[in-house]
Design a protein around this ligand. Structure first.
Ligand code: BDP
Length: 683
């Protein structure tokens, strides 16, 4: 009897534990008994492929075959051998065989295995990379899922099982590179002590095809090496970097290279010495070249003196096009400002043609409600990648301008700022896992649609019951538009609370502060109207785009309404295409955002019988927060903008439940550079 109840408790614990979100989308069931063989020399990578398939593949016998194929090093083919009633995964490298194995398991999990498989895949980008903004003290800048995964204090001796789980999750979706530390880099990462720790991680990640990169602080030769400066043209400085590279590659022979944030938001850089981005990037590129490393140099630069922050990356980098070494790639945020719920694409995509350019997305939800809001980001990623820049005829999508195909570049890459942390479910919100997943899948193949990706993610992470799949997919697919509606519709942007960026603060203003860090700089509301005039009559940022985009964006009549206030200062009574005035449309958009989240709650509550209790409740609780936040956003923005428009909120809209002066008193205590903890909001 005693044994029985103990067993029951253990089983119960196991079940509960099994549904805490820690397994991500990798919920394969064991007890497989297919015959798995390999005609390939053993390696750790091949062993992983064999072990995954042996444990979890429940179909026909599988043969892993390594031979030269037409696909790239990472491409694979899966073919059915009907005669022998078996399957073959064919690839020219071990890692590609592993990618093939994970793909086969994905087909199984999503019910797509047919008798006649004939699939050939090859990734669109060469480097599919996560950027961790993790600090060496264990905090994560803009991290909302606990502490850093990297337990620096315990490394290199104590190894968390999460390191391998992390590598496996990435390999399962084709992510093949990781930058371990924050772009606001602590020079200490390059000390011998830390490099030893990095080496341990690199060794664990290697069999999963995950290459390690580091963010470096440009001042390191000075702060760490004791040199008088970090001037890229000082031979002593280059010598220091060379020795450092040698030291790194001795420990990590396949080290990927450096990510650099230079002369941006207070970080040091070549301009400190009167040198240019080219001088800085090329010096580091030369250092890494003999080892096969690359430099990812960020274009996220802006100075308070400019009339328009949105123009600056372009103005600063375009003159350097073609001047960088061939192992430099320019890392550009998807939009011209900063990971807003919606931005037009950065004008650098398509414009820089002689230098490889890569997109940087933010998977962590700095500007999208942290890990409290359910926002499926694939539509945002997809929208950017599929935007036509018109750089070269009709099909110059951002994807094509960055994957190397359009301008014939040798290297290509795509980065996502990671949303992972020490939380048991990795990402804070169970649905935030979908954003990590979607980033990987799109980096592998940007032709997949957000719907396909949501479909496969739900089937793997939850279940494939139609009654669950369809409504939850619908919810996910409309969630990005909902957040745009309740935060900043019609092209509004950066009206967030200062510093932590959680919640609205469109009124936030300090005369002596950098104006480009304050919301009024972006919305420019006055008694006439609202919005930033970036047309010819304003900052003329539109001129940075190719025709016909420049004309379309620059002309208020033609400008897509989702970007209206991004590009124009629009009168409150301006008539939109649906006949409503701008003011009314703003009101209806905010209201619509709130309604959508209320609908998400209704949808989710109906799902109770299809989900384990733990995940059900966590998502339910977070949706409650999201619904309250959406109302907070709506009331704050409408009441504040109403003080300029002086117009009534249309009477068929739910009345505000807050008063503006109450909302203006809210101060959240969320520290900026430490792990962000949302404290109980007293409102
Ligand atoms: C902004 C973040 C800041 C980052 C910066 C960057 O607020 O924490 O350091 O971007 O990308 O979005 O460098």
């Amino acid at each position: 009897m005693k044994t029985y109840s103990l067993l029951a408790i253990i089983l119960l614990c196991f079940c509960l534990h099994a549904e805490d979100g820690s397994q991500l989308w990798l919920r394969y069931e064991g007890n497989a008994n297919a015959q798995i063989t390999a005609n390939v020399k053993n390696s750790k990578t091949v062993d992983i492929a064999l072990s995954e398939l042996t444990q979890y593949w429940k179909g026909a016998p599988v043969l892993l075959e390594k031979k030269r194929t037409k696909t790239t090093d990472e491409g694979f083919t899966i073919v059915s051998d009907k005669k022998n009633n078996s399957l073959k995964i064919v690839a020219s490298t071990d890692i590609a065989l592993l990618y093939g194995a994970y793909h086969l398991l994905r087909l199984q999990q999503t019910g797509q295995v047919t008798e006649n498989l004939n699939i050939s895949q090859t990734p669109k980008y060469q480097y599919r990379i996560l950027n961790h903004w993790d600090n060496l003290d264990g905090s994560i800048e803009r991290g909302y899922a606990g502490r850093s995964l990297w337990e620096w204090e315990k490394l290199p001796n104590e190894i968390s099982p999460r390191y391998e789980q992390y590598a496996r999750a990435n390999a399962s979706i084709g992510i093949n590179a990781t930058v371990l530390n924050n772009v606001n880099a602590n020079p200490k990462i390059l000390t011998q002590e830390y490099l030893q720790k990095v080496k341990v991680l690199a060794d664990i990640f290697r069999p999963y095809g995950l290459k390690v990169f580091l963010s470096v602080n440009f001042a390191s030769p000075k702060t760490l090496g004791g040199l008088p400066d970090a001037d890229p043209l000082n031979p002593e400085v280059a010598k220091w970097w060379k020795a450092k590279a040698k030291e790194i590659y001795a420990l990590i022979p396949d080290f990927g290279g450096f990510l650099v944030k230079a002369n941006s938001e207070g970080q040091s850089g070549p301009q400190d010495y009167g040198r240019s981005h080219v001088d800085g990037a090329n010096m580091l590129a030369d250092v890494l070249k003999p080892f096969g490393g690359i430099v990812m140099w960020r274009a996220f630069v802006y100075a308070p003196s400019s009339d328009d922050r949105a123009k600056q990356a372009y103005l600063e980098f375009m003159p350097f096009d073609g001047k960088f070494r061939d192992n430099v790639i320019i890392q550009v945020k998807n939009g011209p400002i900063d990971f807003q719920p919606r931005e037009p694409v950065s004008a650098l995509f398509g414009a820089m043609q002689k230098t490889p350019v890569m997109v940087e997305f933010q998977i962590t939800q700095e500007y999208l409600g942290f890990s409290n809001h359910l926002v499926y980001l694939s539509p945002l990623f997809e929208e950017c990648l599929q935007t036509d820049t018109y750089a070269k005829g009709q099909t110059s999508t951002v994807a094509k301008t960055t994957d190397g195909s359009l301008f014939g570049h040798r290297i290509s890459a795509i980065a996502g700022v990671a949303n992972t942390g020490s939380d048991v479910n990795w990402c804070g919100h169970d649905f935030a896992q979908a954003n990590w997943y979607a980033f990987g899948r799109l980096a592998w193949n940007y032709e997949l649609t957000s719907e396909q990706i949501a479909d496969e993610w739900i089937k793997q992470t939850f279940n494939d019951k139609k009654e669950f799949l369809e409504p939850v997919k619908g919810l996910m697919l409309s969630s990005r538009e909902a957040v745009v509606d309740y935060m900043m519709p019609l092209g509004l942007h950066h009206i967030f609370a200062m510093g932590h960026h959680y919640g609205p603060e469109p009124w936030c203003y300090f005369p002596n502060m950098r104006q480009d860090w304050l919301p009024p700089y972006y919305h420019k509301a006055d008694s006439e109207g609202v919005g930033f005039d970036r047309s010819k009559t304003g900052s003329n940022a539109v001129a940075q785009y190719f025709p016909p985009l420049n004309e379309k964006y620059g002309n208020i009549e033609q400008c897509p309404e989702e970007f209206l206030l991004w590009f124009h200062h629009v009168a409150w009574d301006y008539k939109l295409k649906n006949g409503r005035t701008l003011w009314d449309e703003l009101c209806y958009s905010y209201d619509n955002g709130v309604k959508e989240v209320r609908d998400f709650q209704k949808i989710w509550d109906r799902m109770e019988n299809y989900v384990d209790a733990e995940r059900f409740e966590l998502v339910q609780t977070k949706l409650q927060i999201q619904a309250r936040d959406a109302m907070w956003w709506k009331d704050a923005c409408l009441l504040y903008f109403q003080s300029f428009s002086q117009l009534p909120i249309p009477y068929d809209i739910e009345r505000p439940v807050h008063k503006l002066d109450q909302l203006q008193k809210i101060k959240l205590s969320i520290s900026n550079h430490e792990n962000a903890i949302l404290e109980t909001i007293n409102r």
